[in-house]
Design a binder for this molecule. Structure first.
Ligand SMILES: [Zn+2]
Length: 84
């Protein structure tokens, strides 16, 4: 089990956006559900991802809020890296 399915439903009170990126190695499409608390205290940072197609591991910047955002498809979330 990765960290990818922590939230089955939208967290109440949050705003949601979608981040679409490509694996830098194979071009596989990766979709991330980006959530944040409007006007709230949001933690910024990055996700360490493993491409589900080729297994390439890389880090991508998510911004806010890394604690309630999640990977929807295309990769496994290996680690959440908070900004210092
Ligand atoms: Zn890949």
């Amino acid at each position: 089990m990765g960290l990818g399915n922590r939230f089955c439903d939208n967290a109440p009170g949050t705003e949601t956006g979608v981040i679409i990126l490509k694996c830098p190695n194979c071009g596989n499409k990766i979709t991330i559900i980006n959530r944040w608390w409007p006007g709230g205290a949001n933690d910024y940072g990055s996700f360490k991802l493993k491409c589900s197609k080729c297994g390439h591991v890389f880090t991508t910047r998510i911004g806010r809020n890394i604690d309630i955002s999640e990977v929807s498809s295309g990769a496994e979330l290996l680690e959440i890296i908070e900004d210092n």
